[in-house]
Design a protein around this ligand. Sequence first.
Ligand SMILES: Cc1cc2nc3c(=O)[nH]c(=O)nc-3n(C[C@H](O)[C@H](O)[C@H](O)COP(=O)(O)OP(=O)(O)OC[C@H]3O[C@@H](n4cnc5c(N)ncnc54)[C@H](O)[C@@H]3O)c2cc1C
Length: 370
Amino acid sequence: MSKHIIVGGGVYGAAVAWHLASRGEAVELIEAGSIASGASGGPGRRGVRANGRDQREIPLMVRAREIWPALHETLDTDPLFETTGQIQLFEREVDLAPMEVRAALQTRLGIESRVLGHDEVREFEPEVAPMVRGGLYCPGDGVAFHKATTLAYAAKARAAGAVLREGVAAARLIEKDGRVSAVQTADGEEIPVEGKLLLFCNAGVKPLVAPWIDLPLWSRAFLVAVSAPLAHNPVRHLVGHASRTLSLKREPDGRLMISGGRPGRWDYVTGRGTPIQEEVDLNVADAVAVYPSLDGLEVETADTDHLEAECIDKIPVIDSLPGNEHVLYAAGWTGHGWAIAPAVAELMRDWVLDGTKPRLLEPFAFGRFG
Ligand SMILES: Cc1cc2nc3c(=O)[nH]c(=O)nc-3n(C[C@H](O)[C@H](O)[C@H](O)COP(=O)(O)OP(=O)(O)OC[C@H]3O[C@@H](n4cnc5c(N)ncnc54)[C@H](O)[C@@H]3O)c2cc1C
């Protein structure tokens, strides 16, 4: 049997390793650090949000929403997903019309959505500031424990027979007679590619495929600030904002997670991020502006240790390498690759097993860049 090689042990690598191994395929996964040490790890939970997504990702979200609620049963673990509903708040009149159009579009594509007006938004989030005019509400959205989910996929992959090797970094792809034939690791080991080669190493995909294509991606260390436990946490839903860089998640232990995409500083030598205090302060200031009762909130943890790849048009690139149809890659999730992962992982499995790119993945082809 031809063995498939997977590079990267985040949610994508771990989930596809499990899908393939459980279908009887031979799989070896190499991960530079440890499983879930990249964007699929870190504090808090990840948003499972359809609200505000690019419409090309909505069909993936429709399928992901079917998988998330019972995923813990499939993976034999504690509950991973919680339905909270997501509200994207807005303060500017100019944001109302696009929200109304978006609500109609999302609903038509299978994601129930509606605009909440001034009074209704306060029934959902009673403590928002007076200048909040309303919000776009998606009742089926929620949050999931990202590290636990990724580790659960990896445990299932191992149980199904996949070999997962940690501390093994891919340094380059070796080409023989015009075809990628092996992965050379940082230690000089050559791992032959007999079946498919699946590059799920997120920020690490661009340098590996650089001899063939110039992916329009860059890397970012996003800031996640987690508060000390709050005696009173005013945030009830998963909350985003139309014009502020802000995402708020209520943690089960009374903490509040504040994020939204503010940057940290990344050190490519150590592979670690350093928070920028000004960005932490701005993130907290936005949270307090929207929920005044958060005034005085103390940040217990500021984390920027989890690198994500962003794409120029804010949706991922999912394709095969030119001239190498056995080399598939997926990267450039732009801060929202978590929610759709269970659906995309299934489609990647189908692509490997059937040899045909699934229709739902067509919008993410490299060819869209000309
Ligand atoms: C702070 C933060 C908040 C986010 N919030 C959300 C959210 O709320 N909702 C949402 O949908 N998405 C969110 N995302 C995005 C989401 O988490 C990611 O898109 C997703 O986890 C990417 O999974 P992955 O498996 O592709 O990458 P990763 O989890 O990064 O896994 C890639 C792995 O590859 C390894 N690697 C890299 N290079 C090599 C190499 N050369 N050889 C071997 N291994 C290598 C890395 O060590 C890493 O473990 C967020 C991301 C971050 C960072």
